[in-house]
Structures are given as C-alpha cells and as structure tokens.
Design a protein around this ligand. Structure first.
Ligand code: HEM
Length: 391
C-alpha cells in the first residue's frame, strides 16, 4: 500500500486539507497515512464501499477495559449506538427512531424559523461574529428543546459537549482525557436526574418518548437512555454548527447566494455545501475479517480511516470537484456517512440548514465577510473559529 505523511495539526493542512486529499487520491484509493499509522480510504468508491460493507464495523470486539481515569467517558461511550454493531445497534437505533420520528422533526420548522429571526433581531450594529451569534445557537437550542432539557442550560451543555468530543481530535493529551471524563460524569449525573424526573412526570418531549419507546417488548435501559441523550446532544449540535457556518462562508465566498436559496434550489444548495466543505472529515471502521477492497488486502482487526471529505472532492465521481456549484447534477454525497451508521440526525441537520440560511440572507442581503475566516485546529472536525461579517 502506498504511504503518505501529513500532520493533522499542521496549520496549513488545518486551514485547507483538500490539496493533501488530492495528493493522497493520486496515489490510489487506499493508502497508509503515516501520522495515524492506519490505512485510509480516500476515493468516493472506496469510502462508500467500506461504510456499506458489513465485514467492517465500529464496535471493537477485543477492546481492553479503559484506564481508570477514562471510565466515566466509556461508561457512556459503551452504550452509544455509534460505537455498536448489530444486534445491539439495531435494537438501540430502532428504539430511538420510534421517538425521533420524521413527523416530529418536520414539526420543528416554525420554531427554527422563529429562533433564526429572533437571533438576527439581536445582532449588534456593525460587524458581527455569526459563529456565536447565529450558527452556534440554533443547533443547541433546537436539540435542547427537542429533548426537553432546560434551554437555560445551553452554555453548560456546550461546555460538556466540547470537552467530550475533544476525545476524537488529533493530538489528544491527558488533560483532554481528564476534561472529557469529568464532563462525562457531570453530564451523566445531570441526565440521570432529568430522566428520573421525566419518569415521574412525563412531558411531550423526546426524553419522555425515549423512555416510553418499546420494540417487541424491548426498552432502553437507563444507561442507554443517558448515552443516547448525550449522543443526540453532542452529535446534534457540534456538526450542525459547523455545517451552518461553513455554508455561510462558502456562499459569501461565492459572491452571495444569488437565487441558490430560493425554494426550488435550496435543497441542492444545502447538499452542495455538505459535499464541498463538510464539518466531519474522518470516521474509522474495524475489519472483522480479512477483506479485499479496491484490490488491496486488509487484515482482520485492522482499523481503517474513511475520509468523507476526500470522497466529496473525488474527480472520478464529481466534475470539477473543487468548484462550489449548487447547480450540479444531484448525487448522494458521504458527509452523513453511509450504511448502518448513516447519520440518524440528517433530517434535522438538513431542516436547520434549509430554514436558517434563507432567513439569514433574506434579512441581510448585503452580508459580506470581514477578513478571512479561519478553521479551528481540531481535526477531524472542520469548523471555523469565528465568522465575522458585516452588512
Ligand atoms: C450537518 C450536520 C451533521 C453531520 C455532517 C453528521 C454526520 C454524521 C456522520 C458522518 C455519521 C456516521 C458516522 C460513522 O459512520 O461512523 C453520523 C452519525 C450519527 N449522527 Fe450525525 N451528523 C450531523 C448532524 C446530526 C444531528 C443534528 C444529530 C441528532 C440530533 C445527529 C445524530 C447522529 C447519530 C445518533 C449518529 C449515529 C448513528 C448510528 O450509529 O446508527 N447527527 N452523523
């Protein structure tokens, strides 16, 4: 397998990883990324094949018990559907989907629209950083309301979530691990109390519906309920914040949205944003047996990285892949993954983007960037540190 080296914390890479992905792809669909010391799938075909292949999965069959200081983190992670395979994954995902229904999600549109309007009303005169003022607010408030967690806790939820998802970033240190474990303990304690309160006094919220969800007699245990709420809160806002902010940046860099956010073109524009600058670049899989992918042999037990963002710019799959072109022929991208773990929150993320972006640009048609927005050093996330605009 060809090899390639690139530090995932190198500032030039963090700001623009796409030239490196091109260099990787030129060497073949699968290669060894030295800095992760792992094989890496970079073409659309290879990433798509691995994500859909049941001989690969996320659950580690042979995981040794976690070190003591990380126990609180793994007490949650071990019950997270994202880290499980069938039959537990099937059971958990099925139960969650009984509560997280398409009808319940679609019904949130008026609330998301009202929230976007209210946030814009509060913009200060002059330049504004849209990251804290807009993009960060919508996903956390929406998911907190949906779950029935007090909205006043949103800053606390953001702190816990940031501390926990830092575990997946390149360059993880003991301090990052300690913060994640402490956040996991506090987050779980809070949710345990909240779940008990909802058991005693049911309400019309997702936590109550998750408690009630039953499938052929099966129910979520309290640990599974807590892990699911943490996953929905963390996954439900981290990626969506950056999808909204990257989308605003991409649209402004293209000279404004023209008619791309009109009702007939909106869906295609949102998908093109997710293809061209997705917020999550990399997920891993473990091979459960020896597998041949794109002519390369992968030994049983090997962890493989799948570069979703490289797949989105594969010239064999997308014409002029580096061009942001909402008019391009619609084809599925891999920003939400594929196969068994396909993003459960994709309908909600899409709804938030489809609702918030047109409202922002309708209210502020003269919006323009102030300076050049920078991406945070937090690979495999790909999100901005600030998004200053005026107009
Ligand atoms: C634009 C925003 C989002 C992006 C780009 C995104 C992306 C992804 C990706 C790539 C995966 C699959 C990971 C893998 O295959 O290993 C995933 C899984 C998941 N996402 Fe999202 N996500 C977003 C928003 C959301 C939201 C809003 C929620 C919930 C409210 C959510 C909940 C989940 C859950 C629960 C899973 C695990 C599904 C499973 O393991 O079966 N995501 N997401």
């Amino acid at each position: 397998m060809p090899r390639i080296a690139q530090s995932p914390t190198d500032p030039a890479f963090v700001q623009n990883p796409y030239p490196f992905y091109d260099r990787m792809r030129a060497l073949g669909p699968l290669l060894h990324w030295d800095d992760y010391d792992l094989p890496c799938a970079v073409s659309h075909a290879a990433v798509n094949a691995i994500l859909r292949d049941r001989r690969f999965g996320r659950e580690r069959p042979d995981r040794s018990p976690p070190p003591d200081h990380l126990r609180p983190f793994y007490a949650i992670d071990d019950h997270s559907m994202l880290e499980l395979e069938p039959p537990r994954h099937t059971r958990l995902r099925g139960l969650v989907l009984r509560a997280f229904t398409a009808r319940r999600i679609a019904g949130l549109e008026p609330e998301i629209a009202a929230l976007a309007q209210a946030l814009i009303d509060r913009f200060p005169e002059g330049p504004v950083d849209l990251l804290p003022a807009f993009a960060q607010q919508i996903p956390v408030i929406v998911i907190a309301r949906l779950l029935g967690v007090p909205e006043a806790m949103k800053d606390q939820l953001l702190d816990w979530s940031h501390a926990m998802v830092a575990m997946y970033q390149a360059g993880r240190t003991r301090a990052v691990e300690d913060r994640a474990a402490s956040a996991a303990r506090d987050f779980a304690d809070f949710l345990r109390g909240h779940v008990e309160a909802r058991r005693a006094r049911p309400a019309d919220d997702l936590i109550t519906h998750l408690i009630a969800a039953r499938d052929a007699g099966a129910q979520l245990s309290t640990d599974e309920l807590i892990a699911t709420c943490v996953l929905l809160l963390n996954a439900g806002h981290e990626a969506t914040v950056h999808a909204i902010a990257n989308g605003i940046k991409v649209l402004l860099e293209a000279g404004g949205p023209r008619d791309w956010l009109s009702p007939g073109r909106l869906d295609a524009t949102v998908e093109e944003i997710l293809r061209v600058d997705p917020p999550l670049h990399l997920f891993t899989r473990i091979a459960y047996e020896e597998v041949e992918v794109m002519g390369r042999r992968i030994a049983a037990g090997t962890e493989v990285t799948c570069l979703l963002a490289a797949a989105g710019r594969d010239p064999r799959h997308w014409e002029a892949p580096h061009r942001f072109d909402p008019g391009r022929m619609a084809k599925p991208h891999l920003a939400f993954g594929a196969g068994l773990h396909f993003c459960l929150g994709a309908p909600l993320a899409r709804l938030e983007m489809r609702t918030a972006l047109p409202i922002l640009f309708a209210r502020r048609p003269g919006l323009r960037l102030v300076g050049r927005p920078e991406y945070a050093d937090s690979y495999h996330f790909h999100g901005l540190t600030a998004l200053r605009v005026e107009g």
